[in-house]
Ligand binder design. Structure first.
Ligand code: ZN
Length: 61
C-alpha cells in the first residue's frame, strides 16, 4: 500500500498540470492563468526568459 504519486487520484482537487520544458518541473494551474492557461508553457517568467535566451544563442552570425 505505498502509493506515492497517483495522478488523478483525488476527486476534488484535480487542477490541470503542465510540465515546464525548461526545468522539467510540473506546475499546477493557477488562478492568474485562468484566462490563458492554454498558452501557458513555462512555470515561471524565469523559465520563459531562459527560453528566449536560447533563441538569442541560435541567432545566425
Ligand atoms: Zn520551469
Amino acid at each position: 500500500m505505498n502509493r506515492d504519486r497517483e495522478p488523478k487520484a483525488r476527486g476534488k482537487n484535480t487542477l490541470p498540470l503542465k510540465t515546464c520544458p525548461i526545468c522539467s518541473k510540473e506546475f499546477n494551474w493557477r488562478k492568474k492563468w485562468q484566462r490563458d492557461w492554454q498558452h501557458v508553457v513555462y512555470c515561471s517568467k524565469r523559465c520563459q526568459r531562459n527560453k528566449s535566451r536560447d533563441i538569442v544563442n541560435v541567432q545566425p552570425h
